[in-house]
Design a protein around this ligand. Structure first.
Ligand code: ADP
Ligand code: MG
Length: 253
């Protein structure tokens, strides 16, 4: 462990680089997220936000750099093995813009499946935990329904419950409300706000400026694969220092 890293840092990313062909998408990203902290990542489309999230749990393989998540450390340059990657991935729950629920399974089955496969929980154990989580996101009544009978906002809340079912140390959200009507987005944001209040560590790529300002502890603005601004939410949102960040915030507000 590196002495310069804050002891409380749950997620540590160091000198992360990723290119697709000749296109450099992440150009040396460093970040730390403390236990219980919410980090919002904002920035123009194409700036590398999704790629960063996907690199953190190795859905995308970084070219260079190091990631440490709750004690599991991976150096991308050293060709990490599959076992190490799976270990890292289990610590991070991911929620995407598209909910990706299995259409042929009930809501309950959607949430129980990975618990049985990954955590080898029994059916009844898994279902018990799934019901707890459905209560938490306000959807216990939907347990026996199929996903297509649920609204987009409900499906996204189910996807959140499914990610939580594996007891992740950190939740990664990639624009979880951008496919939803504003009203349905609000119910998802409210579940996320409660999660944050309960102390979940979260990294949230979002275009919801109000969420970034009011829920997150820190805000990071990306442009062209770099961090152009980082700091306490209120400060960054109200007083961005760089002209590039000011331009971006003016355009989206
Ligand atoms: P953001 O989420 O900020 O909109 P992305 O991380 O999705 O940005 O994409 C950053 C850049 O990388 C874009 O130019 C995008 O086209 C490119 N990119 C992302 N994924 C791939 C891929 N799998 N192959 C090639 N280019 C990609
Ligand atoms: Mg994206």
């Amino acid at each position: 462990m590196n002495d310069s890293t804050p002891k409380s840092s749950l997620v540590h990313v160091e000198k992360l680089k990723k290119s697709f062909g000749t296109l450099t998408v992440l150009d040396g990203i460093d970040l730390d997220v403390a236990q219980g902290e919410v980090l919002a990542i904002i920035g123009p489309s194409g700036s590398g936000k999704s790629t960063l999230l996907r690199c953190i749990n190795f859905l995308e393989t970084p070219d260079e750099g190091r990631i440490r998540l709750a004690g599991v450390e991976i150096d991308a340059g050293r060709h990490p093995g599959q076992r190490q990657i799976l270990e890292l991935r289990r610590l991070a729950g991911m929620v995407f813009q598209s909910f990706n629920l299995f259409p042929h399974m009930t809501v309950l089955e959607n949430i129980s499946l990975a618990q049985k496969r990954v955590l080898t929980r029994s059916q009844s154990e898994a279902d018990g935990r799934s019901m707890e989580l459905l209560e938490r996101v306000g959807l216990a009544a939907k347990a026996k329904e199929y996903p297509h009978r649920c609204s987009g906002g409900q499906q996204q809340r189910i996807a959140i419950a499914r990610a939580l079912a594996l007891n992740p140390k950190v939740m990664l959200f990639d624009e979880p409300t951008s496919a939803l009507d504003p009203e349905l987005g609000l119910e998802v944001l409210s579940v996320m706000r409660e999660l944050a209040q309960d102390g979940m560590t979260m990294i949230v790529v979002t275009h919801e400026m109000h969420f970034a300002e009011s829920v997150s502890d820190h805000v990071m603005i990306m442009a062209d694969g770099r961090i152009i601004e980082y700091g306490p939410s209120a400060e960054i949102m109200r007083n961005p220092q760089s002209a590039r960040a000011q331009r971006f915030l003016n355009a989206v507000r």
